[in-house]
Design a protein around this ligand. Sequence first.
Ligand code: ADP
Ligand code: MG
Length: 238
Amino acid sequence: MARLSLRGIKKRFKTTDVLHGIDLEIGDREFVVFVGPSGCGKSTLLRLIAGLDPISDGDFFLNDQRMNDVAPSRRGIAMVFQSYALYPHMDVYENMAFGARLMGLTRDEVEKRIADAARMLRLDELLKRKPRELSGGQRQRVAIGRALVRKPDVFLLDEPLSNLDAALRSDVRLEIAKLHRDIGGTMIYVTHDQVEAMTLADKIVVMNAGRIEQVGSPRELYETPANMFVATFIGSPR
Ligand code: ADP
Ligand code: MG
């Protein structure tokens, strides 16, 4: 059974069509990476899946339930943003607790989940710090931890490494790969970096100008690109 199903998804902002009809099935536990040039609609698509923006046309199903009109907090989906989007006046613990409390979890349950997430992401020593007292890599781990404590079925990660320097980038990338192995949820990961896509993905979705050009394993895309765009994009150095 497909966990996520996108059928003819379109998005229009005023008079601009940004997504022209996206059809895609994503299986349970799959690590799917969306790649494509800046402006092709990757973030827009994630925001529709998360429920942060309304879908203009088409349907989105999660476990066979139509999600178009379901509130973001009830979708079982958590999103990690490029900019971390941490609350500056809250410490790390509070940042991680906030979304979990909104779900109506008890204090004890929230505490337990934060302890588990902190251990997994090596944040135990940092729980009392404010975001400004953290490095970029630590902030991004907090943002991932905040998503993790909600125990989502689906993780959305929008260019989570792009604000990190090269060394940290490979650290956090390994962290994300490990997280996927440990918790086994469905990951949807957006990047404009082919190398990230090739190393993380079970399945890569190549987007261009609001459309899908090709879907396949890293190997399939590398060996049998569907067209010139895919060949050039996957084959070109960063
Ligand atoms: P990507 O994440 O692939 O770089 P985006 O999804 O952010 O691309 O943007 C796709 C297109 O949609 C861009 O042309 C962008 O300018 C446009 N866009 C995104 N959000 C809005 C918005 N809120 N209003 C109008 N246009 C938008
Ligand atoms: Mg984007």
